[in-house]
Design a protein around this ligand. Structure first.
Ligand code: HEC
Length: 150
C-alpha cells in the first residue's frame, strides 16, 4: 500500500507541475470583411450553426472554455485550435482563391458527412455543435447554393 500512496503523491505532484505549462489563448485580429459569414451572408439560423459547430477551431474567434486553463486538457485544446486554424480559417475566406472556394465547401460537407467534423470529442462539451439530421440537411443545402455562386 505504501507504493500506491507514493504513486498517488507523484501523480498529484505531476499534475501540479503541469499547471505551470500554460497555453497561449490567442484570438488574433482579423479583417471582418474577409470573414466567411460576413461575405456569404447566410440566414441567421445557418450562421448560428456554423458559428457553434466550427468557429471555435476554424476562426480567430475561439471561445476558450474554463478547462482551457487546466493542463493536460489545455494542451490538446490548443493543438486543435492551432491545427484547425492552419487547415481552414474561415475569418480569411476573402483571401482564398475564388477557384478554391467551391472545393473548400465540398470538403466541409464531406468532413461533416463522414462525422469527422466537428471533432467528436468536441461535442461532449458543446451540445449546441451537435446538429440534428434536419439541421445538417438545411446547412448542406445552403452550402450547395453558395457553392454554385463561388
Ligand atoms: C475542436 C476543434 C474543431 C472543430 C469544432 C471543427 N474542426 Fe475542422 N478541423 C480541426 C482540426 C484540428 C483539423 C485538422 C486536422 C484534421 O484534418 O483532422 C480540421 C480540419 C478540417 C478541414 C480540413 C480537412 C482536410 O482534409 O484538410 C475541414 C474542411 C474542416 N475541418 C471542417 C470543419 C467544419 C465544417 C466544422 C464545423 C461543422 C469543423 N471543421 C469543426 C478541428 C476542428
Amino acid at each position: 500500500m505504501k507504493f500506491l500512496r507514493i504513486l498517488f503523491i507523484l501523480l498529484i505532484a505531476a499534475f501540479v507541475v503541469f499547471q505551470f505549462i500554460g497555453i497561449e489563448k490567442t484570438n488574433p485580429e482579423f479583417e471582418p470583411s474577409m470573414d466567411f459569414i460576413v461575405m456569404e451572408n447566410p440566414p441567421e439560423e445557418i450562421a448560428q450553426m456554423i458559428r457553434s459547430a466550427c468557429y471555435d477551431c476554424h476562426s480567430n474567434e475561439t471561445i476558450w472554455p474554463w478547462y482551457s486553463n487546466i493542463a493536460p486538457v489545455s494542451w490538446k485544446l490548443e493543438e486543435h485550435v492551432i491545427d484547425g486554424r492552419d487547415n481552414l480559417n474561415l475569418n480569411m475566406w476573402g483571401e482564398f482563391d475564388v477557384e478554391d472556394r467551391a472545393y473548400v465547401i465540398e470538403e466541409m460537407i464531406e468532413e461533416m458527412e463522414e462525422g469527422e467534423m466537428p471533432i467528436p470529442g468536441y461535442l461532449i462539451t458543446h451540445s449546441d455543435a451537435k446538429l440534428t439530421a434536419e439541421q445538417q440537411a438545411k446547412l448542406f443545402k445552403w452550402f450547395r447554393s453558395i457553392q454554385k455562386m463561388n
